[in-house]
Design a binder for this molecule. Structure first.
Ligand SMILES: C[S@@+](CC[C@H](N)C(=O)[O-])C[C@H]1O[C@@H](n2cnc3c(N)ncnc32)[C@H](O)[C@@H]1O
Length: 436
């Protein structure tokens, strides 16, 4: 499949043409020592059988092929370990570039979404809205420079590194480190410098000597995409994604910023509640509706925090009473949400929905309201309470734009619902079933 470069209009082929070709493609020489070709690990060979070993052998043989990516177009490097290879596109997203460590079939899927990635914006909406600062016990973070209103867009950035999640189980640590370093080494200079900042950013002098590995950087942020088809269980195409500019956002279980990956694979971050100048801007690295002990362990185990989560919702400055109250709210919210999601539920009443909404607010889940509002609206409508249903369907649209983007499926569906509450299938659904 050929794609048109946004800058030159030239056809950029996925195949890397020979070095010095007359198609205007240039090669930057890199140290050959930086390019690594590994063998299939025992685990990968076991998982994928002879094909993987054959591919590894082929890779080993072709190590003398061009070892530098072309300036434009996709490039399949011969830097591989087992089924996983490094792929590059330096011109994508107006020259920001993207490197990938993945399987050939997933690389092909990525090639097909190039146009989408090219259409995304790459910018901080208004750099005067926040500044980088040191945050106590959290390293570098972003702090609001002005008062910010809910719904204010902060940033949109295309991915620069995409890594298959199975790499971490199929390839040995030493080999995957080489693959990841080779991939990042191929990024255009400016982008690589931004990536590299993440290795030392916010580490204290003592920690600084350690530098974060690329692996730690990937695992320390919550960004994942699935290049497969959601409805195919066998399709394991989950990938970690890195957005260097967003990596400075610290974690809070009750954050003031909502962030999501949009249809252009861009990371977007939007203010989720009114924020005062001087407040740290935070996102949640995990599902904020998990119970507190799970949240605390999860961020430590999976998000690189070197101690249990210390955010206000997890510590309440030591107030056992406040912590207990929050735990109870989270439990009730989770249980009620399950009831609201079940349209056969016999236990949902107007009071229960009212209470659910009050708890959402009290628990300060301002970056995760859309789902709750949507189910509240549906359940009000089941009971024929169309004024409340309309109010929360509208709020679900508003929250959905902040949490998932204006084009997201949920926003589109809720707009339709909000525009015709009484014509929606949910109207008086429970009442009709009760014969009322
Ligand atoms: C994506 S980075 C965020 C930027 C980071 N503060 C820095 O200085 O580069 C994730 C890392 O930041 C630190 N961090 C983020 N949120 C934190 C929190 N709530 N408590 C403690 N450390 C946190 C952890 O070291 C985590 O692995």
């Amino acid at each position: 499949e050929a794609d048109v470069s946004p800058d030159t209009g030239a056809k950029a082929k996925a195949d890397a043409p020979a070095a010095g070709s007359s198609e205007g493609l240039a090669y930057e020489a890199i140290e050959k020592a930086d390019v690594y070709t590994g063998n299939a690990t025992a685990e990968a060979a076991k998982g994928a059988g002879a094909g993987v070993a054959a591919k590894a052998a082929k890779a080993a043989k072709t190590v003398n092929a061009p070892v530098s990516p072309p300036v434009q177009g996709w490039w399949e490097s011969k830097t591989c370990s087992g089924a996983y290879c490094v792929y590059t596109n330096l011109r994508i997203a107006q020259g920001r570039g993207l490197v990938m460590v993945s399987k050939f079939s997933d690389y092909q899927k990525m090639e097909r979404v190039e146009d989408h990635i090219n259409k995304g914006d790459n910018r901080f909406e208004d750099p005067s809205l926040f500044a980088e600062t040191e945050v106590v016990d959290k390293g570098t973070g972003l702090t609001a420079s002005k008062n910010l209103r809910r719904g204010k867009n902060l940033m949109s950035w295309s991915p620069v590194l995409v890594v298959h999640k199975d790499l971490f189980k199929d390839v040995k640590k030493k080999d995957r480190r080489k693959l990841l370093e080779a991939a990042v080494g191929f990024l255009p200079d400016e982008t690589r410098a931004k990536f590299d900042r993440q290795r030392t950013q916010g580490l204290s002098a003592g920690e600084g000597r350690k530098r974060r590995s690329i692996e730690d950087i990937l695992l320390g942020a919550p960004w994942e995409i699935n290049l497969g088809y959601e409805d195919r269980a066998e399709d394991h195409a989950k990938h970690y994604v890195n957005y260097p500019e967003a990596a400075v956002l610290g974690h809070d279980c009750r954050p003031n910023v909502a962030a999501y990956i949009d249809n252009h694979l861009a990371l977007r971050a939007t203010v989720a509640r009114r924020t005062q100048a001087g407040e740290e801007l935070t996102i949640s690295y995990i599902d904020p509706l998990l119970a507190r002990n799970k949240r605390q362990k999860w961020v430590q185990k999976h998000r690189g925090l070197n101690k249990p989560c210390g955010c206000h919702a997890c510590t309440a400055k030591g107030s056992a009473e406040e912590l207990l109250a929050s735990d109870e709210r989270v439990k009730e919210l989770t249980e009620t949400l399950a009831e609201l999601k079940n349209h056969d539920s016999k236990t949902v009443t107007e009071d229960k929905i009212d209470r659910f909404l009050a708890l959402l607010d009290e628990e300060r889940l301002h970056a995760k309201l859309a789902e709750g509002y949507e189910y509240a609206a549906l359940n009000y409508n089941y009971l024929g309470l169309d004024v409340k249903a309309k109010k929360y369907a509208d709020l679900a649209v508003q929250a959905g734009i902040i949490e998932g983007g204006i084009d997201s499926n949920d926003v589109v569906a809720n707009r339709i619902f909000a525009s015709d509450i009484k014509g929606h299938w949910s109207h008086r659904f429970t009442l009709k079933r009760r014969g009322q």
